[in-house]
Write a protein that binds this ligand. Structure first.
Ligand code: DLL
Length: 436
């Protein structure tokens, strides 16, 4: 029997979902038109008024919101309530420009905790669980987002934050932690450190992992599951929209349920911003928030690439499933004209089995020609292998990468532990081409 946190909402009929969405969308559009000058102007420029939203099909008539809009209104220009109603602020790290700031009212924090609690239950947690939150606490939404959900659920919540890996492992063991929340790359780092400490998965009581904040492949999921002895769930979210718990996959591990009582999802053509006609087609995910007070967003271009599946899921939930995000359209490398996602390379590497799942892609432009080098760590056992053996493995991986991507890449096997580990999001790409 499947457990739900909020069965009525999670298993609501599709027609009911759509009816509720239309009602909430109209209210959301009315709200931003009245309370956010920036939106009012954008809508006026497009010649659309709140009263024009008569059906969900009218969503596509509304202007899209981009990260640039958030920067242009920095810091509080898109807030829809007076500052006295804001109780929390989060911000993106701003590695690619000015940081973006989002604000939450008390009700927004409650809704967020509700979404997170649903995700935790979807990963098999309940009030008897012990949840270790290994996402960073602070302006990043991972730590506090997961924390409030775990507390709402009534689980024992361990605010470990990221880093201090040996201590994380001691807590996992001594506190009998059942659920671990952190980035997938950090979970592998934990597995690696466990090995060094002589601790095995049998010493732990882990049942579920709630991993997200960065793209990861199905192959990486299998690797994490076997090394930590748990079921690994993929959780998606972004600070602009809320933080973690916009969507997550259930036990079927076949797409991430987007909480449609809070968000409307569209998959669009990145150039025209129009929804793609065919269900299941891959495109840019655009999200409209319909249950937010402080920082409502209309048609936000996430730049994450996925497809949508509206079929009822084996778990009984009716909310639409997005495919595992393939990456960001702005993280996509275009190498010699070919689109390359780090996740494609990752799947090849993990299928080979001879190398460790730690890699970095380095791209240079030499004499006007792009060159891609994939540095991959070899396992300890391979390290003691002879040079010939290493060369052969390099060639084998190179052939495999070329057959998947259609372009060649130089494969360089490097010593164990030579690629920097991350306690948060892994840095997979070093692009030295200066294309910006
Ligand atoms: O990463 C929020 C989060 C925290 C999600 C913890 C899940 C768990 P940002 O730092 O604003 O917020 O980064 C958002 O990260 O647009 C995606 O490109 C990427 N991302 C997040 N989750 C996933 C995922 C948090 N499960 C950006 N798979 C998003 C792939 C993901 N990419």
């Amino acid at each position: 029997m499947e457990n739900y946190w909020n069965e009525t909402v999670e298993t609501m009929g599709r027609e009911q979902i759509r009816e509720a969405q239309l009602k909430k969308l109209r209210a959301a559009v009315e709200n931003v038109y009245s309370n956010v000058e920036y939106y009012r102007k954008k809508m006026q420029e497009k010649g659309i008024l709140p009263g024009d939203i008569k059906s969900l099909d009218n969503l596509k008539d509304l202007p899209v919101t981009t990260k640039q809009d958030l920067r242009d209104t920095y810091p509080f220009g898109l807030f829809a309530v007076p500052m006295e109603d804001i109780v929390r602020i989060h911000a993106s790290s701003g590695t690619t420009g000015k940081q973006t700031v989002v604000g939450y009212t008390r009700r927004d924090i409650d809704v967020w905790a509700e979404c997170m609690a649903r995700c935790l239950v979807m990963a098999g947690a309940d009030r008897n669980s012990r949840v270790q939150v290994g996402y960073g606490y602070g302006l990043f939404t991972g730590g506090l987002g997961a924390h409030y959900g775990a507390e709402k659920l009534g689980a024992v919540t361990i605010p470990a934050s990221s880093g201090n890996t040996q201590r994380q492992i001691t807590m996992l063991k001594d506190f009998g932690v059942t659920h671990l929340c952190c980035t997938p790359s950090y979970s592998l780092y934990i597995a690696e450190t466990m090995l060094e400490m002589g601790i095995t998965k049998k010493d732990l009581k882990l049942k579920g992992g709630i991993f997200g904040a960065e793209p990861w492949s199905e192959a990486m999921r299998s690797e994490i599951e076997s090394r930590l002895g748990l079921t690994a769930h993929d959780i998606y979210g972004l600070s602009e929209i809320m933080g973690p718990a916009v969507s997550q996959d259930c036990r079927e591990q076949n797409g991430l349920h987007i909480w449609e009582d809070c968000f409307i999802a569209e998959v669009t053509d990145p150039d025209t911003n129009m929804p793609l006609e065919k269900e299941g087609e891959q495109g840019d995910l655009v999200i409209t928030t319909i249950n937010k007070e402080g920082f409502p967003l209309i048609r936000y271009k996430t730049k994450d690439i996925c497809s949508l599946n509206y079929e009822k899921c084996g778990c009984g939930r009716t909310h639409v499933r997005m495919s595992k995000p393939a990456g960001r359209s702005d993280d996509m490398l275009i190498i010699r004209g070919v689109n390359v996602f780090p996740s494609q390379i990752e799947s090849v590497l993990l299928k080979m089995g001879e190398v460790a799942p730690h890699y970095q892609i380095i791209v240079d432009r030499i004499n006007n020609l792009d060159r891609m080098i994939v540095e991959i760590e070899i396992s300890e056992s391979m390290f003691s292998d002879n040079v010939k053996g290493i060369e052969n493995t390099e060639k084998k991986i190179s052939r495999e990468v070329e057959s998947v991507l259609g372009i060649s890449a130089k494969i360089k096997l490097v010593e164990p532990k030579s690629i920097a580990r991350s306690e948060g999001k892994a840095k997979r790409i070093i692009d030295n081409r200066n294309l910006k």
